[in-house]
Design a protein around this ligand. Structure first.
Ligand code: ZN
Length: 321
């Protein structure tokens, strides 16, 4: 890990030095060639414009991903080591100095100001992160701890029967909008929105989550249930949450790839959600143990889930009894 960190920092220093040397050259070479001051200043301004309009996009859209890809070929955990060590934020040291907020919470690249000019795109997985952090990350994954949340509308298939498609669409839109808003606010990766189901990941690798990942995940689940359980049209939503080691990263081939998590932790989370009644959060014991004594009202149960020989110990929390 140390080697990765050092290598990333050397890359930062080389890019930084190159920029400084080129900026000085852009100013002094015209002077050395005997041109007047105004022309030297104009050359310098033109250089700065070139850096912003061509250099920065090239750095972020080509050079950065190319370098990341090379590193990733040798070291699968490179991207996440960067998150852990804080290098991802330092790696693009220039980002935090570039105007303007809002910016990617992971690599600090701005969405406003320069980011608008250089067409920095928010990620589809969470608009608080940039696309480069996930969608354009190289293929491959790392085994790491992750919190997995599944939420779905209970009994949706039978509810849909005999209803107009517009009504179904309206209900789904509300479910997606509320879930996405709650999850994005709390730095979750919104992995999938399929049918009447939402899947989200909470990565302790992210600086804003760390050891609070399970806490934040259960709070998010409670908030989704609270918001959807209120108002005129109450939605019968159930949530399942699990925590453990899964394979996290981009899976797929070529342009068809997706940042996701795979493994038993994910499958079990989906099964737990299947056992949740409307308004309930079904937590695996791996999650419950990490919450301390915050939820003394949670009911301990042992449930049988499809595909598992042994029953699974869980705690069930009624978000709005
Ligand atoms: Zn980013």
């Amino acid at each position: 890990m140390q080697r990765t960190k050092a290598s990333g920092e050397i890359f930062d220093i080389v890019v930084g030095l190159l920029l400084v040397v080129t900026a000085i050259a852009a100013f002094f070479i015209p002077l050395a060639l005997g041109v007047s001051w105004p022309i030297a200043v104009a050359a310098f301004v033109a250089f700065l414009a070139l850096v912003v309009l061509v250099g920065v996009p090239l750095l972020y859209n080509r050079l950065g991903p190319w370098y990341d890809g090379r590193r990733r070929e040798r070291d699968d955990s490179y991207f996440f080591n960067g998150c852990w060590s804080g290098r991802t934020a330092r790696h693009r040291w220039m980002n935090r100095r570039l105007p303007n907020d809002p910016r990617c919470r992971l690599c600090l690249v701005p969405f406003g100001g320069v980011g608008r000019i250089t067409r920095v795109q928010p990620s589809r997985k969470n608009p608080n992160f940039c696309m480069a952090c996930f969608e354009t990350a190289p293929l491959g994954g790392s085994d790491m701890e992750v919190g997995v949340l599944f939420a779905d509308i209970r009994g949706f298939t039978s509810w849909c029967e005999g209803r107009a498609p517009e009504e179904v669409e309206r209900v789904l839109n509300r479910f997606y909008a509320v879930s996405a808003s709650v999850l994005a606010e709390r730095d979750a990766i919104i992995d999938k929105m399929v049918g009447d189901e939402v899947m989200a990941l909470f990565l302790p690798a992210f600086p804003s989550l760390r050891e609070k990942a399970c806490d934040v995940m259960v709070q998010s689940a409670g908030e989704i249930l609270r918001r959807l359980g209120a108002g005129e049209q109450m939605l019968p939503v159930g949530v399942g949450v699990n925590f453990g080691v899964a394979r996290v990263g981009n899976v797929g081939d070529g342009s068809v790839k997706d940042f996701t998590a795979v493994g038993d932790v994910v499958n079990t989370a989906a099964r737990l959600q299947g056992c949740a009644q409307p308004g309930q959060i079904v937590m695996s014991d791996a999650v419950y143990e990490r919450l301390g004594d915050q939820y003394p009202g949670a009911t301990p149960l042992s449930i049988t889930v499809k595909g598992k020989a042994d029953s699974v110990p869980v705690h069930v929390l009624a978000a709005h009894p």
